[in-house]
Design a binder for this molecule. Structure first.
Ligand code: M6R
Length: 604
C-alpha cells in the first residue's frame, strides 16, 4: 500500500527518514513526502512521483528537526499529485497513513457542516483535522489518540506529530503493519523491519488495535482497551544492507538469475541432501487425516497455489481448493472443521491475504503460511510457517519468490503423499531427485544463451499476446501473461489451451503471438491440437518445449525455446523461467520502468 517512517531523537532526521523511505519504496512510488517540527512549527516537503523527486526537492530547501515523519505512496484515494501526497497537515498536526479510512466521506461531511473544507482528495486528511480539532479543544496527546481511534474506521498504520508536543510521536495500527525500532536515545517507526534494520535491530511489532506514545527514550504501547501493554523486543533478521543490482541492469533480471541459487537454499532447508529425508515444520494437525486443504493467495502467489492444487491432489490425494484472497471471505466458503488453510505470500503483508487468513482462523481452520518475509504479519499470525529462502525480492514483478514457493509446495505435497500412502517411495524419490537437479537445469538455460531478441522485439510491438498451457502448466500460462502485462504494459491473457474454442479464440487474427507452454507431458497431444487450431487462425507461435515436443511441433512454431526434459511434475518450475525471461526482454525492448512498473507496488 504505502510506506511510512518516523524518527524521534536528538539529531537531524530528514536524511535518515529519506534513507528509510528508500528501503520502503517497494510499497509505493506514486508520491513521497517528509514533515519535521522545526522551531515549534510543522515543516513539510512533498513531491509527486518517485523518491528521487522528493530527494531533489529536499536539496532545494532545508527541512530540519529532530522529529519527523515520512511517506511513500501507492495511491488509493486521489490522483498521485503533490496535493494528495502525505504528510497531510491541519493546524499544528501532521499525519502519514498507510491503509484506508473507510468512513472518511462521512467525516468530511461533518467537517464541511462546520465550515472546514478538505484541501485534498485523500481519505487521510480527515485524520489530521480530527487530531488538530481534539488538541485545540485542550486534549493531551493520549486523550486525543483515544478520541481519534474511536472515531475512525478502516485499516491504518498512522504516525502523527504535533508542533505543540515536539517531544512525542504518536502511532496507531489496525490491519496495516507498523514496527518500532529501539535506538539509543532515539526511536524509529516504520512499516516493516526492513525499513529500520539499518537504524536498530531491536524491533517490536504493534499488534492489531495497538497505539503508542513514543518519546526519544521509550515507547509506551496501549492495546485496543487502552491498557498499557508490553510488546516483546526481538532482534530482527531483516538485512541492514542496502540492496543493489550487482552486475545486472534491473532487480528483475538479477532476481531471475538468482533462482538456481535460492531454489537450492530453499530445497536444502526442507530436504537433507545426503539422506534425502524431508523435514517440514510441525503442523497442529495430522496430514494423514486432513479432510481438505484450502489455499488462498493473490497474484503470482495465487498461481503458485493453482500449481500446488495439482500436486496436492495428484500426489497426496488431498481435496484442495484454491481461492483468490480478495474473494475468499466474501463468498462464505465452506471450511471443513479441522481443515487446514494455507496462505501464500511473498511479502507476508498483502492485506487481502491477511484478511482471508484472519477469516479462516475465526472459522476454526489450522493456519499455515508460506512466506518469504519471516517476520511479516501473515507469518506472525500463523500456526505453522513455511519459509522460502529467496532473499529480499525488490522487483515488483515476482520471480524468485514464485519458484521458491513452488519448490516448497512440491516438497510438501511429496512428503504428505508419502505419509498418506498415496505416493510410492519410488515415485517420491524420482521427483525429489529430479528436483535437486533443478538449480543446475535452470543455470543451464542461462548458459544456453537463448536468443530472446527477435521474439521480444515482436512481442514488444504486439497489441495482444496469448499464453496457453494445459494441466499443471495452465497456471504457468496465467503467470506468463501476468508477468508480461506487469512489466511491458502489453495486453496479455493466459488460458487453459482447451478453453480457447469456448470463446477466446475469437481474439486470434493474423500475426497474434501465442506462447505455448508445452512440455512433452501427458497433456502434450491435446496441447498440440490447440496449437494447430491457433495456427489455422494465423497465430504466430512461440513454442516452449523439450526435445520430444520440439521434434513434433517445431515446424509449426515461429520461435522455439528448448527446455531440458524433467519429470512432468516439475515442469511448472522449469517453465517459469522462459516466461519470466520473455516478459523481461520484451519490457526492455519497450523501455518501461521494469522494476517499478506504473500503477503497481510490491506489497498491496
Ligand atoms: O506478497 P504477495 O505474494 O502476497 O503478493 C501478491 C501479489 O501482489 C504479487 O504476487 C503480485 O501479483 C506481483 N506483482 C506479481 O508479479
Amino acid at each position: 500500500m504505502c510506506g511510512i517512517v518516523g524518527i524521534i531523537g536528538t539529531e537531524s532526521v530528514t536524511q535518515r527518514i529519506l534513507a528509510a523511505l528508500k528501503r520502503l519504496e517497494y510499497r509505493g512510488y506514486d508520491s513521497a513526502g517528509i514533515s519535521t517540527i522545526n522551531k515549534q512549527k510543522i515543516a513539510r516537503c512533498r513531491a509527486a512521483g518517485k523518491l528521487s523527486n522528493l530527494e531533489q526537492e529536499l536539496n532545494n530547501g532545508t527541512l530540519s528537526g529532530t522529529i519527523g515523519i515520512g511517506h511513500t505512496r501507492w495511491a488509493t484515494h486521489g490522483v498521485p499529485n503533490v496535493e494528495n501526497a502525505h504528510p497531510h497537515v491541519a493546524g499544528k498536526v501532521a499525519v502519514v497513513h498507510n491503509g484506508i479510512i473507510e468512513n472518511y466521506q462521512q467525516l468530511k461531511e461533518e467537517f464541511a457542516d462546520k465550515g472546514v473544507l478538505m484541501q485534498t482528495e485523500t481519505d487521510t486528511e480527515v485524520v489530521a483535522h480530527l487530531a488538530s480539532q481534539y488538541l485545540e479543544a485542550g486534549m493531551q496527546p493520549t486523550e486525543m489518540m483515544q478520541a481519534l481511534l474511536s472515531k475512525i474506521r478502516g485499516a491504518f498504520a498512522l504516525l502523527i506529530m504535533t508542533a505543540d508536543h515536539p517531544d512525542v510521536l504518536l502511532a496507531a495500527r489496525k490491519s496495516s503493519p507498523l514496527a518500532i525500532a529501539h535506538g539509543d536515545g532515539e526511536m524509529f517507526l516504520g512499516s516493516d523491519a526492513l525499513a529500520l534494520a539499518h537504524l536498530s535491530r531491536k524491533i517490536s511489532y504493534l499488534e492489531d488495535g495497538d497505539w503508542a506514545i513514543i518519546t526519544k527514550d521509550e515507547a509506551k504501547i496501549y492495546n485496543l482497551e487502552n491498557e498499557v501493554i508490553d510488546r516483546p523486543i526481538l532482534i530482527t533478521e531483516a538485512s541492514d544492507k542496502t540492496p543493489d543490482k550487482g552486475k545486472y541492469r534491473h532487480y528483475m533480471e538479477k532476481e531471475i538469475h538468482e533462482q538456481p541459487e535460492v531454489i537450492g537454499y530453499t530445497l536444502a532447508s526442507y530436504r537433507n541432501p545426503t539422506t534425502g529425508k524431508i523435514t517440514l515444520p510441525d503442523f497442529a494437525f495430522s496430514p494423514l487425516k486432513l479432510p481438505k486443504l484450502t489455499i488462498v493467495a493473490a497474484g503470482t502467489s495465487f498461481y503458485a497455489g493453482m500449481v500446488a492444487k495439482y500436486w496436492f491432489e495428484k500426489l497426496a490425494r488431498i481435496p484442495t481448493e484454491v481461492d483468490i484472497a480478495s474473494e475468499f471471505r466474501y463468498r462464505n466458503p465452506v471450511l471443513i472443521e479441522n481443515g487446514a488453510s494455507l496462505f501464500i505470500s511473498q511479502s507476508g503483508e498483502s492485506l487481502d491475504t491477511l484478511m482471508a487468513q484472519r477469516y479462516a482462523r475465526d472459522n476454526g481452520q489450522n493456519i499455515i503460511s508460506l512466506v518469504n518475509v519471516p517476520e511479516s504479519t501473515i507469518a506472525r499470525e500463523s500456526d505453522t510457517v513455511l519459509r522460502t529462502l529467496a532473499g529480499p525480492e525488490i522487483s515488483v514483478a515476482s520471480t524468485k519468490a514464485f519458484t521458491t514457493q513452488l519448490i516448497t509446495l512440491l516438497t510438501m505435497a511429496v512428503h504428505w503423499g508419502q505419509l498418506r500412502g498415496t505416493l510410492s517411495d519410488e515415485m517420491a524419490s524420482s521427483i525429489m531427485d529430479n528436483l535437486t537437479e533443478m538449480p543446475s537445469l535452470l543455470a543451464a538455460i542461462f548458459s544456453d544463451d537463448l536468443d530472446w531478441g527477435s521474439v521480444s522485439k515482436e512481442l514488444a510491438s504486439s497489441r495482444d499476446v496469448i499464453y496457453l498451457g494445459r494441466g499443471i502448466n495452465f497456471p504457468i500460462a496465467l503467470e506468463g501473461a501476468l508477468k508480461l502485462k506487469e512489466v511491458s504494459y502489453i495486453h496479455a491473457e493466459g488460458y487453459a489451451a482447451g478453453e480457447m474454442k469456448h470463446g477466446p479464440i475469437a481474439l486470434l487474427e493474423k500475426g497474434v503471438p501465442v506462447v505455448m507452454v508445452a512440455p512433452h507431458d501427458e497433456w502434450f497431444e491435446k496441447t498440440s491440437s490447440n496449437l494447430k487450431e491457433a495456427l489455422a487462425r494465423g497465430a504466430r507461435v512461440v513454442l516452449l518445449s523439450d526435445d520430444k515436443g520440439i521434434e513434433k511441433l517445431h515446424e509449426a512454431a515461429t520461435w522455439v525455446f528448448r527446455m531440458p526434459e524433467v519429470h512432468q511434475m516439475l515442469t511448472p518450475i522449469l517453465y517459469s523461467l522462459p516466461v519470466q525471461l520473455l516478459a523481461y526482454h520484451t519490457a526492455r525492448q519497450k523501455g518501461t520502468e521494469i522494476d517499478q512498473p506504473r500503477n503497481l507496488a510490491k506489497s498491496v
